[in-house]
Design a protein around this ligand. Structure first.
Ligand code: SER
Length: 390
């Protein structure tokens, strides 16, 4: 199944069950949102999960581009990505969580053809504030899906305050041998789909207040689903990464983990720029800058003479197209190339300056401040140059 077909299958399944397609949001959140980027499909729906009536009704579904900087250090393994696509469905105070689980099971089995013995579910086992999720437990038992109970892993929130609640996660077996263990004991069980009961609002003081209308919010990573459906060893074997892997490998020959990080960061940068973000020293622009600098640091270790301008148009165009973005390929490329030039210049100057500091390590807070304010060298770059020099 190609990613396009997966998206169509998902959206059609929910449309047949009365869910209207929810228009996708930009990765860039409006100024009144404390979060820089859209981190999940539910994020733009927060006011509606808190009780405001949604103009499209109570059943919604979509695919939403998301960005998670929290996963940045895990990128390079089999499954973590900075920017990814999330398939989502919502009941805004409409049907109950067991219904959502039953539909989820049906879609995975009949729509995507996953064998029943490759499925495992986890369910909230209860804590001092909220009891165990018995309806979910019963539903999975009825469906014949094995269940593991947990506490913290089965509680979802989008931050310290706001809508939250217990969740039930669906895992798919990705090992070569027959399934064994549980999601908690064997890493070959891969989490693909989370069904969250948005039933509470958490206040500043930690208090949980039941929402007037309980909701269901589900989210499933497109790239992970493609990986399990096609039997790939990692998300980077998927269609959306093929043009990046081809182009980067031909030019720089990085090792597997570096290749994954570079492909993730370049693809993410294109999507972020496609949504109008420009490199900067703060906020969203700084996330973009870091992604590019991490990429270039890896690539130049392989071959410092090559530049991003040596990449073909194909991966840029393919990514913008897959993320339904209308930005112009040449414009995006020029922006990344400008940033690359800027970084080269900064490194050239930085190496000269840092050579004078080598004997003074470890640097003090005042040194870092001076290097930043006078020479424009951020702390992580200074540390990198010092490490390079020793
Ligand atoms: N909000 C949940 C998640 O991001 C389900 O959509 O996993």
């Amino acid at each position: 199944m190609t990613p396009d077909r997966i998206i169509r299958t998902f959206v059609d399944f929910y449309r047949e069950r009365g869910h209207l397609p929810l228009p996708e949001s930009s990765l860039v959140r409006p100024p009144d949102d404390p979060v820089l980027f859209t981190t999940s499909g539910m994020h733009p729906l927060t006011p509606y999960l808190e009780g405001r009536p949604h103009p499209l009704g109570r059943r919604l579904a979509n695919v939403q581009r998301c960005l998670r900087t929290t996963d940045l250090d895990e990128v390079g393994d089999r499954t973590h990505l900075t920017v990814f696509q999330m398939l989502g469905s919502w009941s805004l105070g409409d049907y109950d969580p067991p219904q959502s689980l039953r539909w989820g099971y049906q879609l995975l089995r009949e729509g995507f053809g996953i064998a029943p013995d490759r499925l495992y579910a986890t369910v909230f086992g209860g804590d001092e504030q909220v009891g165990p999720d018995l309806p979910a437990l019963e539903t999975w038992r009825d469906l014949g899906v094995p269940v593991e109970l947990t506490q913290r892993e089965n509680w979802w929130s989008n931050g310290p305050t706001g809508p939250c609640g217990p969740d039930s996660e669906i895992y798919v077996w990705t090992g070569d041998s027959p399934p064994s263990g549980t999601p908690g004991t064997d890493g070959r069980w891969l989490e693909v789909w989370n069904h969250v009961q948005m039933r509470y609002h958490r206040h500043d003081d930690g208090r949980l207040e039941p929402l007037r209308r309980p909701n269901v919010d589900t989210g499933m990573g497109l790239e992970r689903l493609e990986m399990v459906l096609r039997g790939h060893g990692s998300v980077f074997e998927g269609d959306a990464f093929a043009p990046w892997v081809r182009a980067v490998t031909a030019l720089w020959h990085p090792d597997e983990s570096s290749l994954r990080r570079v492909c993730d960061h370049l693809r993410s940068s294109v999507v972020v720029v496609g949504d109008g973000v420009r490199p900067a020293n703060t906020g969203r622009g700084y996330v973009l800058r870091r992604l590019l600098r991490r990429t270039l640091t890896i690539l130049w270790r392989g071959d410092p003479t090559r530049t991003l301008s040596d990449l073909p148009d194909e991966p840029f165009a393919d990514t913008l197209d897959r993320f339904r973005q209308t930005a112009n390929v040449t414009g995006v490329r020029l922006l990344l190339q400008d940033e690359e030039e800027r970084f080269r210049g900064l490194l050239r100057r930085g190496r000269r300056v840092i050579s004078r500091y080598r004997s003074r390590a470890p640097l003090t807070g005042a040194d870092y401040r001076y290097l930043h304010d006078t020479h424009g060298l951020p702390r992580d770059l200074v540390d990198g140059l010092l490490a390079e020099a020793t």
